[in-house]
Design a protein around this ligand. Structure first.
Ligand code: AHR
Length: 499
């Protein structure tokens, strides 16, 4: 019997809803087809946004959306995407698939999407190939409520009032596709560009996000902070970190999303758990400059990255999504919760049809992936208080180098006054008997939902509901204890009414 200890009286930090954020890039069929079909499409839509997709995203309470990239962001010139659509520039998306980008989805459309989703906005600016003036004018265009050339242009284009920009990324992957810079150079560029990301509304200051490291590039974190730190309030709200789960650990041959064996399962989850080390070690460097943890770690690209589905455009990064992805999501989301003192936002890559998508579309058809179902189980953590918890684990796996703990957990006290417990079981062979002890707690009622299935289980357009969550009843309650049986290969949410 594995012990799960929870102490609801010991609060460990606030779980920003943004830990369950999303990322949408002009890449493959994420924006076009996946989200935006245009007002004249036969696919039901509101102002061009597909109704089915928006409804599914609202169900999981998308808290924040990052756009327009990714690598695309550092080649994006925002003025190409405003004004009458027929006059917008057509160009080739050189980064992703070499297809025509007609700019029909631009700033106004992104803001409309966020309005429909009811989520915060995270715009990623172009530092790689754009000018300071261009970045500065974009911010003015979006957020200035007064008389100015850019505010007037916005009004001419049909939007009288400014929008709220919650987060603004100053460059993306500036160490790579965003300009191949060295950290000291980027640090200086950040200082310069961010100066002109003005806060026109002091009541809604923009949180500026600096480009952080690629995976375990600790030198980048150290040098960027050394170059930029100590410039007073508002200088830097967060610093990004990008880390993708690649089953083979090599970019050349990443492995298939659907065709994998048990060894690949454990290798993938082992690779995912590297996130814990990355948070700890980048966090330790951040602590040296910012012990009060004012700068958030913003993991604005995470998820699985496999070889594309056979027959699809290699530049579209389209992949299927199985129970393996569900476990990757469950493990990562538990980790983000448990490090919520430093991790302030995380954005899965990407929202629709790209990499570890929560939704897949084909024509008018749509399927929610197992990853969508995990977000649906975890949404109750949003805005909760992390409480102290620990779970007893044992090592599972087939190869010595790829053994992992079978269980992971996180627990929060929600605004609804209930305790929300999420637990994953990564073992393919064994269920787990768990005894949950909730210190100084009177348990009045328990409800549960679970996602469980065979490791390859996934949804298709023919069978969009092949794998989904079900009510979980395999538990008993006695005093302040809940004993439950967690099947192999599963993700669980328990909700406890307490007093
Ligand atoms: O998410 C796909 C790409 O991965 C992004 O454009 C880039 O930032 C990262 O390398």
């Amino acid at each position: 019997m594995a012990k799960l200890y929870v102490n609801p009286k010991v609060k460990k930090g606030h779980i920003n809803p943004e830990l369950q954020g999303h990322f949408s890039e002009h890449l493959g069929r994420c924006i076009y087809e996946g989200i935006y079909v245009g007002e004249n499409s036969e696919i039901p839509n509101v102002n061009g946004m597909r109704t089915d997709v928006v409804e599914a995203l609202k169900e999981i309470r998308v808290p924040v959306l990052r756009w327009p990239g990714g690598c695309f962001a550092d080649e994006y010139h925002w003025k190409d995407g405003i004004g009458p659509k027929e006059g917008r520039k057509k160009m080739i998306n050189t980064h992703w698939g070499g297809v025509v980008e007609d700019n029909s989805f631009g700033t106004h459309e992104f803001m409309e999407l966020c309005r429909q989703l009811g989520c915060k906005t995270y715009i990623n600016g172009n530092l790689g190939s754009g000018t300071v003036q261009e970045m500065s004018e974009w911010v003015e265009y979006m957020t200035f409520d007064g008389v100015s050339p850019m505010a007037d242009l916005r009004k001419e284009n049909g939007h009288e009032k400014p929008w709220t920009v919650d987060y603004f990324g100053v460059g993306n992957e500036s160490w790579g596709c965003g300009g191949n810079m060295r950290p000291e150079f980027y640090g200086d560029m950040y200082r310069r560009y961010q100066t002109y990301v003005r806060n026109y509304d002091s009541k809604k200051p923009i949180s500026k996000i600096a480009c952080g490291a690629n995976a375990d590039d600790y030198h980048w974190t150290d040098k960027v902070l050394e170059t930029t730190f100590d410039h007073g309030n508002g200088f830097m709200g967060g610093m990004s970190l990008h880390y993708y789960t690649i089953p083979t650990g090599t970019w050349g041959k990443k492995g298939s999303a659907l065709v994998f064996d048990e060894k690949d399962w454990y290798r993938t989850l082992k690779a995912t758990l590297k996130m814990e080390t990355l948070i700890r070690r980048h966090g330790a460097i951040m602590d040296q400059y910012d012990p009060e943890k004012k700068i958030g770690m913003v993991i604005d690209e995470w998820g699985t990255w496999y070889d594309v589905e056979p027959g699809t455009n290699p530049g579209f990064l389209y992949q299927q999504n199985t129970m393996r992805d569900a476990l990757v999501a469950g493990l990562n989301l538990n980790l983000f919760n448990k490090n919520c003192d430093r991790v302030k936002m995380a954005n899965i890559a990407q929202m629709v049809n790209v990499l570890q998508a929560v939704i897949l579309t084909e024509g008018e058809k749509m399927a929610k992936t197992p990853t969508w179902h995990v977000f649906d189980l975890y949404k109750y953590h949003q805005d909760g208080e992390l409480v102290e918890s620990s779970i007893e684990t044992r090592e599972v796996g087939l190869e010595e180098a790829y053994r992992i703990p079978d269980l992971s957990e996180s627990v929060s006290l929600g605004k609804d006054g209930r305790l929300h417990v999420t637990v994953t079981n990564a073992s393919l062979a064994d269920h787990a008997e768990i005894e949950g002890c909730f210190a100084e707690t009177t348990i009045k009622a328990v409800r549960g939902r679970i996602l469980a299935g065979e490791m390859h289980a996934h949804n298709t357009f023919e069978e969009p509901d092949a794998i989904h969550t079900t009510e979980f009843t395999e538990f008993t309650v006695e005093g302040n204890k809940v004993c439950f049986t967690l099947p192999a290969c599963s993700v669980l949410h328990l909700e406890l009414e307490i007093s």
